[in-house]
Design a binder for this molecule. Structure first.
Ligand SMILES: [Zn+2]
Ligand SMILES: [Zn+2]
Length: 262
């Protein structure tokens, strides 16, 4: 693993370890670039709902300062980047982008864990079994709309939807998503955590489509513990699986960070 742009911190309430431990593990693993992309705060208007599986808005500055300080301290050993993993919620995106402009992160990755948003009626958790055609259609529409904002570096676990409908429809909609990502030069992430935990993703049928369309592919650790960065064996397994689909992940240099607006 020469780089990983998908690293969480304990601020999201479901990850372990100190920020420094992630950096030291990445150096031990021989990485050249480590990007922190902890779960981004969200801004929910007209509701007192708040999700506790991501940092609070008031923690974000401390997070940014911590990563920037490590960036300086370890500059001779590794390149550290400040990022966030975020949902794209149409109603609240403008507030999110304005907030990001106060932090100036190096990059954002999109991880669409929910379709709709996560508090309104008609919103759904993507990785729950049994999603049908209408849901997949909504997911693809929402992801495309988010990617068109021009602020996302890559799409995390694009195959997160646990779809149980017709295979032909899956191919049709996911081809649409992959072609859109290709046109916008946005890489797709093969998610190591999903593989390790035996989740519904990475989904083999999806990676066949990626191979056909010819997208750029990134392997993302999705580290929620510093030790996850040391799983070179899992990384090699990911590479072997991708090779089976005829896919070679891109080097860091081929990734466009796309942070001009932030
Ligand atoms: Zn997480
Ligand atoms: Zn993540």
């Amino acid at each position: 693993m020469t780089y990983n742009l998908h690293t969480h911190t304990k601020r999201c309430n479901h990850a372990n370890g100190e920020d420094r431990e992630y950096v030291e593990a990445a150096i031990e693993a021989g990485m050249e670039v480590l990007g922190f992309a902890d779960h981004c705060p969200q801004f929910f208007p007209d509701t007192d709902y708040y999700s506790f599986f991501r940092m609070l808005p008031e923690q974000a500055h401390e997070y940014a300062e911590s990563v920037r300080a490590l960036q300086k301290e370890y500059q001779n050993d590794i390149r550290i980047l400040l990022g966030f993993e975020t949902e794209y919620y149409p109603k609240t995106y403008d507030a999110l982008e304005a907030f990001m402009q106060t932090l100036h992160p190096d990059y954002l990755i999109m991880g669409q864990h929910f379709v709709g948003n996560e508090y309104d009626e008609g919103s759904f958790y993507a990785a729950e079994m049994g999603k049908r055609e209408g849901y997949l259609r909504h997911y693809v529409r929402q992801v495309k709309e988010g990617l068109s904002k021009g602020t996302f570096t890559y799409l995390a676990h694009p195959d997160i939807v646990w779809y149980c409908g017709s295979a032909a429809y899956y191919k049709h909609k996911m081809t649409e998503l992959c072609r859109f990502a290709l046109e916008h030069d946005i890489p797709l992430e093969f998610n190591m955590l999903g593989l390790v935990n035996g989740r519904n993703y990475p989904e083999p049928a999806f990676w066949d489509i990626v191979s056909e369309v010819g997208n750029k592919v990134v392997i993302g650790c999705d580290a929620h513990d510093p030790r996850a960065l040391l799983q070179n064996d899992v990384y090699e397994r990911c590479k072997t699986i991708l090779k089976g689909h005829g896919i070679t992940p891109v080097p860091f240099e081929e990734i466009v960070l796309r942070n001009e607006k932030l």
